[in-house]
Design a protein around this ligand. Structure first.
Ligand SMILES: *Cc1c(COP(=O)(O)O)cnc(C)c1O
Length: 375
């Protein structure tokens, strides 16, 4: 089965991991700082704190935002549930706002209508790799005293008006799961241009242990001494995996170019087909495409999906609207809240897209889609 996404591991990656295994540091060593520097460079200079997954990155970002019970998070249903579950872990209330079906991203106007004086975070997702309308969310967050969080699990390497993802929001989170744009097997990062948020993020991912005597409340007792002033967790990404990340991130530009070529090839083949809706691109956006989200007639989506899978094409659906999950239903969230997201979901099929996908494989997907859908 041709997968919808997969990793690209080369000999340099393997050598980098082996070198880390042979070194003195399996974790908390120099490879962590090296990878964080490389992420920061891709993210336009904002600081990067590595963690063990994209989910851990979201959890850490909400901790940095000091999210507390009673706070509200205005967010998109068109995402993986981790965007919300990690905020719910702090007792926050999710307020879902609808998407713009052109890109699948949270609609700034819908988000603005959902903001209240309890809104602490506006949590967006760069769906498929396409950056959200960051200037509008930044303005909305500033006006409402909230923080703007960009779940960029899909979009490391993307830019908006020339500004890299990582510099667009107060807090940006990356995932390095194998299907994403670069991988450390499991891994993630929190990126922020704000020193205060970086400090809170680092503290949370390191069990809350404070070792700087200047920041201690009690007298420093000696070289062994540390204090915990707020609880954190152990979300440290090991050197072995950071070494893989540094090797991977060096090829991010080439991966972006190849993903764009594949996207263009799909677009060229499907353009003008009245049975299909293609992914939209806004002016100023230069996405690093993580997904190719094709939309078909909702009534035929299941049959088309099943037939593509029968033919060895590992399509996927991204995403089931978050609040459809029973965990939200049990809290009183009802279907029908965000009609654009529900319609988008009902039509969506993600086609295979990854850097090592060959042109003849792309053509195989195209032929089968057109044969099944009709042109
Ligand atoms: C993958 C993903 C996550 C979670 O990342 P993991 O590394 O799998 O924990 C969060 N949000 C979105 C939008 C994702 O696609």
């Amino acid at each position: 089965m041709l997968p919808y996404g997969r990793q690209d591991i080369d000999e340099a990656d393997i050598e980098a991991v082996v070198a880390a295994l042979r070194s003195d540091w399996l974790t908390t060593g120099p490879e962590v700082a090296r990878f964080e520097k490389a992420i920061s460079e891709v993210a336009g200079g904002a600081s990067a704190t590595t963690v063990t997954s994209g989910t851990a990155a979201l959890h850490t970002a909400y901790a940095a935002a000091d999210l507390a019970p009673g706070d509200e998070v205005v967010t998109t249903p068109m995402t993986f549930v981790a965007t919300q579950s990690t905020a719910c872990a702090f007792g926050a209330k999710m307020v879902f706002a609808d998407i713009d079906p052109f890109t699948g991203n949270l609609d700034p106007e819908a988000a603005a209508a959902a903001v209240t004086d309890k809104t602490r975070v506006i949590a967006t997702v760069d769906y498929a790799g396409h950056p959200v309308k960051a200037p509008e969310f930044q303005k909305l967050a500033a006006e409402s005293g909230a923080l703007f969080l960009e779940d960029a699990a899909h979009s490391i390497g993307s830019t908006l008006n020339g500004v890299p993802v990582g510099q667009l929001a107060d807090l940006t989170t990356f995932s390095f799961f194998p299907t994403k744009n670069l991988t450390t097997a499991e891994g993630g990062a929190v990126v922020t241009p704000r020193a205060d948020l970086e400090k809170r993020a680092r503290n949370f991912k390191g069990l809350g242990m404070i070792r700087d005597p200047k920041e201690m409340r009690a007298e420093d007792e000696g070289g062994w001494f540390y204090e915990v002033q707020e609880f954190g967790l152990n979300y440290r990404l090991p050197d072995v995996l950071c070494a893989l990340g540094t090797s991977q991130i060096a090829r991010l530009g080439a991966a972006k170019a190849r993903r764009q070529e594949i996207h263009d090839r799909y677009n060229a083949a499907f353009k003008g087909n009245e049975n299909l809706t293609l992914p939209g691109v806004e002016q100023g956006a230069e996405p690093m495409w993580h997904l190719y989200p094709l939309r078909v007639e909702a009534a035929r989506r299941r049959a088309i999906f099943d037939e593509l899978r029968n033919r060895g094409i590992g399509v996927q659906v991204n995403y089931i609207p978050s609040y459809w999950h029973p965990v939200f239903h049990d809290m009183g969230y009802k279907r029908g809240m965000c009609p654009n997201a529900e319609e988008f979901y009902a039509q969506e099929i993600s086609l295979p897209l990854f850097a090592t996908l060959a042109d003849d494989q792309v053509d195989f997907v195209i032929e089968n889609v057109l044969e099944i859908v009709g042109s």
